[in-house]
Design a protein around this ligand. Structure first.
Ligand code: NAP
Length: 209
């Protein structure tokens, strides 16, 4: 990629990190809301290759998750998909991804968008202090999640970190990948929970049976 094309002051990029097994409308609404609220110019969806805290066999093959993500985000001109974590050997550490994006998007402010539950584990992530210096986090919450308590928990984690972690309430996150997988297994409908193209893909490839 031509680095100079991405050199810009005050530009903001969102990295939408997740397993996306499968991607659903809750993820898409989260990314769009984060883009709007934090004035991001672009959001890159980055399906995790091997998420650090999960075993490989519990997660669908990366090529399926990547393809469903591509199919799902296609219609939004502000969204793109990157296979950087999927093509990297070993575990998908956020710090490695952020370092790579910093090289390509010189001078852009970086936001790492993901689920609040994942963010609450951040103290266990690789090079967490460096990571929080290099990017801000947007922690998306599901309905019923007590935002005040998240704030308190984040401050307890580390007072200095809390300012670098923004919260975002997303009612559409009532949809979850776990529920979609269970529904497919039980033969219950998943229509309208995820983009049609991703739904067709997962049935065509017999995922979650
Ligand atoms: P997860 O444990 O599968 O998900 C935790 C919760 O967050 C779930 O409720 C999940 O809902 C939700 N979620 C996940 N991604 C989301 C997103 N982009 N937007 C809104 N909600 C989201 O977490 P994960 O997906 O494996 O990991 C999340 C991200 O953190 C990934 O990019 C992963 O690589 C990164 N991570 C990095 C490290 C590290 O660097 N050491 C360690 C752990 C995780 P759904 O199931 O519905 O998505």
């Amino acid at each position: 990629m031509d680095k100079t094309a991405n050199q810009a002051k005050h530009k903001k990029i969102g990295l939408m990190g997740g397993t996306f097994d499968p991607i659903h409308h809750g993820h898409l609404v989260t990314a769009e809301e984060a883009r709007f609220q934090f004035n991001m110019d672009q959001v890159i969806f980055i399906p995790a290759g091997i998420p650090p805290h999960k075993s490989k066999k519990n997660v669908s093959h990366p090529s399926h998750r990547l393809e469903m993500t591509r199919l799902a985000v296609g219609s939004n001109p502000h969204f793109t998909v990157s296979d950087v974590e999927i093509n990297r050997h070993g575990l998908s550490y956020a710090i490695d991804t952020v370092d790579l994006i910093r090289e390509e998007y010189d001078g852009w402010e970086i936001y790492f968008i993901t689920g609040a539950d994942a963010v609450l584990e951040i103290l266990t992530w690789k090079k967490v202090e460096e990571l929080l210096q290099k990017c801000c986090f947007v922690a998306a919450t599901r309905p019923g999640f007590r935002l005040e308590s998240l704030g308190e928990r984040l401050i307890k984690l580390h007072p200095a970190y809390s300012a670098r972690i923004k919260t975002l309430e997303v009612p559409a996150l009532a949809i979850s990948s776990t529920d979609i997988r269970l529904r497919v297994q039980q033969g219950r409908p998943i229509k309208y929970l995820l983009p049609e193209a991703a739904e067709e893909y997962l049935y065509r490839h017999g995922l979650y049976k």
